[in-house]
Design a protein around this ligand. Structure first.
Ligand code: PLP
Length: 450
């Protein structure tokens, strides 16, 4: 078979996600540069596109650690055995990154880790003698995974359709976004209303992204919301769960986002940066009191996937953690994040298609609007998100944009999440390429609107 630089649905045996898209064929990566099979170079401003490759591509220390572990023991089932890499990684993550947590279970991906959160929360309440607690309240404008269990946690109709029949009826807060609810009070009022209507004794948890990723890039509600949420945890007796699949492991300038907020979760998930794209790895973590409830109750956390806690994935996790610590990368993200946001704002903030540049650490979001008034969401037919990604790609930079939601809670938005290892020059080049792409997008959008 000849090697194509781009592959369409009718040229492949793969069942692609989008049948109308020509997929660029990436051959290799070096640091923050990706190379296609035709030699073209793309600057990766989104850690592989899914905010995963936080150390960049081709880190030889991690490859060597993986190879050494694979030679010794790649796989053993966690159901029957434990292994040294799993034991050491659990201890190190809790020591170094999440000292406020007590226990950790490793899985392969973000959806699995969030499913695990659901199981753990449910088992916690059942073991404490409150089996009627099952409902989860979560903000509608969010993403928590692709399994049916996690899909039910978002309230985005565009994602849930046509799978609604498979989804339990959890409760959602619309629209707790900066545009509709700048103080966070509307979200708290809605939370009260939903909990009272359903009955507080049926509510198992409030679950959210503490700092949003793709669904509202870089957004976190104001402190008043978090204080109000903590107060309601006491009042209603539910747990707080944070989905830190994206924000965990340094992405926002602290090991976890909760460490920047005035409330700590009882349970949280981590993913992407844990394996940094070198092996699928994610985890669910909990506080001591959550563990204690199961220890005093069923004495079982019944949830398992074949690859949970495997030696190979955990050895990769250890090598990633070594890199983060020895190179001071969380400190780097924390120190460089604010100026990076300022530089992005200086480069694109004047464009009339941009309403806001926001974010923390190396998780930055650009909110796009109708350039004619600088405020209204763009009409869906303009397809601004796809246009941005396409034009950015033509300018040689990889970013990831989200479409406006059909309920109009959020408009088109672009997310930049470079590797923590990006040099200042590389960051400047990413911003420069993205800014010139966005200027072109604005011109095209104006044409389409006319
Ligand atoms: N949670 C958040 C916030 C995410 O961004 C994602 C994936 O992008 C997930 C959960 C699901 O993770 P995965 O795709 O690894 O299942």
């Amino acid at each position: 078979m000849s090697v194509h630089a781009e592959i369409r649905a009718d040229e492949t045996s793969v069942f692609p996600r989008f049948l109308d898209l020509a997929y660029p064929n990436v051959e290799r990566g070096e640091g923050v540069r990706l190379y296609l099979t035709d030699g073209r170079e793309i600057l990766d401003a989104c850690s592989g596109g899914a905010m995963v490759a936080c150390l960049g591509h081709g880190v030889s220390e991690i490859v060597e650690a993986a190879a050494a572990q694979a030679e010794q023991l790649a796989y053993i089932y966690f159901h029957q055995f434990t292994n040294e890499p799993q034991e050491r990684l659990a201890e190190r993550v809790l020591d170094v990154a999440a000292p406020e947590m007590a226990r950790i279970r490793f899985v392969s991906g973000g959806s699995e880790a969030n499913e695990m959160m659901l199981r753990l929360v449910r088992q916690y309440h059942v073991d404490r003698g409150e089996p009627e607690r099952w409902r989860i309240v979560s903000p509608a404008q969010a993403y928590h995974g692709a399994t049916m269990g996690t899909l039910a946690l978002t309230g985005r109709p565009g994602l849930q359709r046509p799978f609604r029949e498979y989804l339990p009826s959890h409760l959602h807060l619309p629209p707790s976004t900066p545009r509709f609810d700048p103080t966070g009070q509307a979200a708290l009022d809605e939370l009260d209303r939903l909990v009272e209507e359903a009955g507080p004794e049926t509510i198992a948890a409030f679950l959210c992204e503490p700092i949003s990723a793709a669904a509202l890039p870089g957004y976190s509600p104001p402190d008043a919301f978090w204080h109000g949420l903590a107060e309601r945890r006491e009042r209603y007796g539910f747990l707080i769960c944070f989905d830190e699949i994206v924000t965990g492991m340094g992405r926002v300038g602290s090991w976890f986002a909760y460490q920047q907020l005035p409330v700590e979760p009882d349970v949280l998930s981590a993913g992407k940066g844990l394996g940094a794209g070198y092996f699928p790895l994610a985890a669910t973590l909990c506080k001591q009191h959550v563990y204690d409830a199961l220890a005093a109750g069923s004495r079982e956390l019944e949830h398992g996937h074949t690859w949970d806690g495997a030696p190979l994935s955990c050895a990769v996790g250890l090598a990633v953690l070594d890199q983060l610590v020895s190179r001071g990368l969380v400190e780097r993200v924390s120190g460089r994040g604010p100026s990076l946001r300022d530089e992005l704002e200086a480069a694109v903030g004047e464009l009339e298609i941009v309403r806001e540049v926001r974010g923390r650490g190396f998780l930055l979001g650009v909110e796009l609007v109708d350039p004619r008034d600088g405020e209204s969401l763009l009409p869906n037919e303009i397809d601004a998100a796809e246009l941005v990604d396409q034009v950015a790609y033509e300018h040689g930079v990889l970013v990831t944009s989200s479409h406006a939601s059909p309920d109009r809670f959020a408009g088109d938005q672009t997310l930049l999440a470079p590797a923590y290892t990006s040099s200042d020059d590389e960051l400047a080049e990413m911003i420069e390429r993205f800014a010139s792409a966005l200027a072109d997008v604005e011109a095209t959008v104006r044409e389409r609107l006319a």
